[in-house]
Write a protein that binds this ligand. Structure first.
Ligand code: ATP
Length: 884
């Protein structure tokens, strides 16, 4: 027998579990041992050895190794060994960098891993999907990816999309009855849910019948996600630039070699010098350092509660010019409290804050308790048409489920109604809430077997569906005049920033079991709840900071226009005369019309997820880089279309998380601002080390080139060049990647997304600094060489030391776009340490006698140092004061 052919009870029996209790801890332990983790076997990872060997596969490094081999054969053992050691150390550093980047990416994957909602020992809990075992009872709802193969045992309008499995992209409606047919394909097993497929609508419960590789998905090996690393735009640009620079470096190097040979230098010496120069000058490591800088930034973001899913987002974040943010939960706390109730034309006030169960209902300062039967009915209905429940955690009451429903549970408690009162009714069917319908309904049956439909939702949605209204004297026809009065009262509530939710009822005959759209009409309108959802405290400041940074914040909400407006004003997100655009207005606009007005809109109210997509496109057409938040399943297309899709770590669904490039662990708007700030900082840091590395390379090439042009001997020997490349370039560049932001990162306008690597004067800075660094090195060499032409090693030591010192001073200049004096040099301790260690290594190489023959150096005296310091400070003296 197949699972789909079995009755639910038989499935329970077979798997030794009952649907209302779930597995016990012991059973779970045993099964986890028996079946293993609920994961698809990942692709094999590249072995560590391969990664290590990869470091030496670079063409120029291979040429260098070959050259070294030749040097060795020619008897130049010292040179050969020194170069070998440097190349191996370089390879090790590359290897460790790659490992580090890999590890942090793995950690990220873990953080954004999917979760499942399971019933164990009668308690619902959220666990990582990989811990789900066969026999677990799982609850799924729209937006979830089904964590394992399940036999559905309850379906409330449950629909799934199984294209990943069957290729069919239309949603499939699911039910819980056994299907007595043999040999059904997966797509026809409509009482089963399959691992990895999506829930597009409704909710359901199922028993896990297969996990990991034992699922249908597990059997289709070809579907396994290919985890190929995609380059970020900057990495791609740098890789392209790298190719260009390789050509230039090779040409210049070739020129150096040819000139050297013409002037009578031995061909072998020139060849080795040329190859070393090429290895040093080609910034082959640049993309790798960028990846490391990006992933270090990603880790800093995690500390600020933002998880980056795609490395490219780090770059794009810095370009964001519009943030479209949900209101509820992102800008507000999502802690709803019913503050007012509108019941037969009367405005009642409710006391008590948050999840405090104490509170009373007042009308005209007079306390009303159970004396009002209609109030009790309204609150009871609110409790029945509800998916949340009250839970006690660490002695404090909290809400399990969505906060809007939770507020109704707490309001009901204030007149003594609790879950027990709910037990007297049988919930026959649920039509869950979704933000397109803006309402939810239940069909309930009381003790006398009378059935009725309770609907709650946005008042504008419920009013047109109501034919009657509950008045003090009982059910009356809903006349136009009365309707206007209700609408006015609702507007008043909304203007006070209250979120409004109406509730209505309709008696049903027992056999009525149609679609919700057929049933939800001719309702009796009962009343309206007005709920307070306080803005998050930190949001106002974050909105302000974004504005200073040239980023516009826009609120997008399914809520009432007036409520949204009141909150937007409170957050100072828009001026008093700012525009609010409503969903229905957008429906009457062409895309062009929307584009024409969109720059003046601050709040989009009563919108559905489909509108979000239009909003993203319109802003993008206006040249904006758009960050868009979302939580529900229908938000996924807009999130995908935006430049930076942002999903919610707590309230978000799996689908939106997968579509997004950034997850907010705390659902908080202020975290978006923090991530943008971090994104900008990382980009600036990358610019800093590109500037440093390339300027150093230009200097290195030029000093050799000029020397050859002036018919001088080689100013630097191969080992020295490689040493500079490894020690002086490598360490400080990494430290620049960890630099703090300059004070004004959030005061500048966002940079353009098309900005090239050398934009904003970077190219000029690289060339000009490079030329001067090359020039001072050469001057040092010439002075020393003219003093004592017989002592070449001395002159080379002076050149080597001047080059290193000029770079180590210049690195501090790279920290600022303005001037070296704009920043405290001791602020970045990594940099200070990197520079100090480079300095110590330099001294070791110069003064430690065993190393002198290897590095072709001699000890220097104080006069030499005076010359070196004067020369190496020159680039900074010349450029340190200018912005250019
Ligand atoms: P945002 O997009 O900022 O998160 P929102 O949460 O206010 O906005 P929705 O959740 O789509 O937007 O809610 C829109 C409207 O639907 C609400 O104003 C409310 O009237 C109604 N509503 C919200 N939650 C429920 C619910 N659980 N049951 C019934 N109606 C609801």
């Amino acid at each position: 027998m197949k699972w789909y052919q079995l009755e639910v009870e038989d499935v329970e029996k077979k798997l030794h579990v009952t649907a209302n209790r779930g597995l016990s801890v012991k059973q779970v332990e045993k099964r986890r041992k028996q079946y293993g983790e609920n994961v698809l076997e990942a692709q094999k990872k590249m072995s560590k050895w391969l990664i290590f060997i990869k470091q030496f596969q670079d063409f120029m490094v291979l040429v260098l190794l070959a050259a070294t081999l030749i040097a060795g054969l020619l008897g130049e053992y010292i040179d050969a060994i020194a170069i070998m050691v440097i190349v191996i150390v370089n390879g090790c550093i590359g290897f460790f960098q790659e490992q580090k980047a890999e590890k942090s990416l793995d950690k990220l994957k873990e953080l954004s891993a999917p979760m499942a909602y399971v019933l164990r020992d009668k308690k619902w809990e959220r666990i990582p999907s990989k811990h789900v075992v066969v026999g677990d009872i799982v609850r799924i709802s729209s937006g979830d990816r089904i964590p394992a193969d399940i036999r559905i045992i309850r379906s409330d309008s449950l629909e799934t999309e199984e294209s990943a499995l069957t290729g069919e992209s239309l949603p499939v409606s699911k039910h819980a009855q056994a299907i007595h047919r043999a040999k059904l394909d997966a797509q026809d097993q409509v009482n089963m849910g399959f691992m990895g497929t999506l829930v597009t609508r409704g909710t359901g419960i199922g028993i896990v019948v297969g996990t990991g590789m034992q699922t249908v998905m597990g059997q289709i090996a070809s579907l396994m996600a290919n985890t190929k690393k995609v380059m970020t735009p900057l990495e791609r640009k740098l890789a392209e630039l790298g190719k260009f620079l390789i050509v230039i470096a090779l040409l210049l190097t070739a020129l150096v070699v040819v000139l050297g040979v013409i002037q009578g230098q031995p061909a072998y010496t020139m060849f080795l010098a040329g190859v070393s120069l090429a290895v040093a000058a080609i910034p082959e490591g640049l993309p790798a350092i960028v990846t490391v800088a990006l992933s270090l930034g990603v880790q800093r973001m995690i500390r600020k509660k933002a998880i980056v899913r795609k490395l490219s987002a780090v770059e794009t974040l810095g370009c964001a010019s519009v943030i479209c943010s949900d209101k509820t939960g992102t800008m507000t706390e999502n802690k709803m409290t019913v503050k007012e109730v509108l019941l037969h034309g009367k405005q009642l006030y409710v006391t008590g804050d948050g999840y405090d169960l104490q509170g009373d209902f007042f009308y005209n300062d007079e306390k009303i308790k159970n004396s009002s039967p209609h109030l009790s009915t309204m609150l009871l209905y609110g409790l029945l048409c509800n998916q949340a429940s009250l839970a006690k955690k660490k002695g404090k009451y909290t809400i399990d489920g969505n906060p809007t429903d939770g507020a109704l549970v707490i309001a009901a408690r204030k007149i003594g109604l609790s879950e027990e009162d709910k037990q007297a009714y049988n919930i026959i069917k649920e039509f869950p809430f979704d933000s397109d319908r803006k309402r939810m309904s239940v069909i309930v049956e009381d003790k006398e077997k009378r059935r009725f439909l309770i609907t709650k939702g946005a008042p504008e949605v419920l009013l047109p569906r109501s034919a009657y209204v509950l008045e003090e004297e009982g059910k009356q026809l809903l006349k136009a005049q009365k309707q206007v009065a209700i609408e006015q009262a609702i507007n008043q509530m909304a203007e006070k920033a209250l979120r409004t939710l109406a509730i209505a009822v309709k008696p049903l005959s027992n056999d009525e079991d149609a679609l919700s759209s057929v049933l939800e009409k001719d309702l009796t309108f009962i009343g309206v709840y007005g709920m307070m959802d306080p803005p998050r405290k930190e949001v106002k400041k974050a909105v302000q900071e974004c504005r200073n940074a040239g980023i516009k914040t826009v609120m997008i909400t399914g809520d009432h226009a007036k409520t949204a407006r009141a909150i937007a004003l409170n957050l100072e997100l828009m001026p008093e005369d700012g525009n609010v655009l409503e969903g229905y207005q957008m429906n009457n606009m062409s895309q062009q019309e929307l584009e024409d007005t969109i720059e003046d809109v601050y709040v989009f109210a009563r919108v559905t997820p489909e509108h979000k997509l239009r909003i993203v496109h319109a802003f993008q057409q206006k040249g904006h880089v758009v960050a868009m938040t979302g939580d529900g399943v229908n938000d996924a297309p807009a999130i995908k279309a935006s430049n930076i899709g942002i999903s919610m770590g707590q309230s978000g669904t799996d689908v939106t998380k997968e579509a997004s490039s950034l997850i907010l662990m705390d659902d908080n708007f202020a975290t978006i601002k923090a991530a943008i700030e971090e994104g900008r900082t990382i980009y600036e840091n990358i610019r800093k080390f590109i500037r440093y590395l390339l300027a150093s390379n230009v200097g290195e090439i030029l000093v050799m080139l000029f020397a050859m042009l002036l018919s001088l001997p080689l100013p630097l020997v191969p080992v020295q060049i490689l040493w500079v490349n490894l020690v002086t370039d490598g360490l400080p560049a990494m430290a620049l990647g960890m630099d703090k932001a300059e004070g004004d990162v959030m005061k500048k306008h966002p940079r353009s997304i098309d900005e090239g690597v050398f934009a904003r004067g970077l190219g000029y800075k690289i060339i000009s600094r490079g030329i001067v660094i090359g020039a001072v090195t050469l001057i040092g060499f010439i002075i020393a060489y003219q003093n004592d032409p017989t002592h070449l090693t001395y002159a080379q030591t002076i050149a080597f030391t001047t080059l290193v010192m000029a770079q180590l001073i210049h690195v501090f200049d790279c920290r600022s776009e303005r001037s070296i004096f704009a920043r405290n040099p001791f602020e970045n301790m990594y940099l200070v340490l990197a520079v100090l260690s480079s300095l110590v290594l330099l001294l070791v190489v110069i003064y430690w006698t065993p190393l002198q023959p290897i590095f072709h150096t001699v000890s220097l005296n104080l006069r030499d140092w005076a010359l070196i310091l004067a020369l190496s400070a020159l680039p900074t003296v010349i450029f340190g004061f200018t912005k250019k």
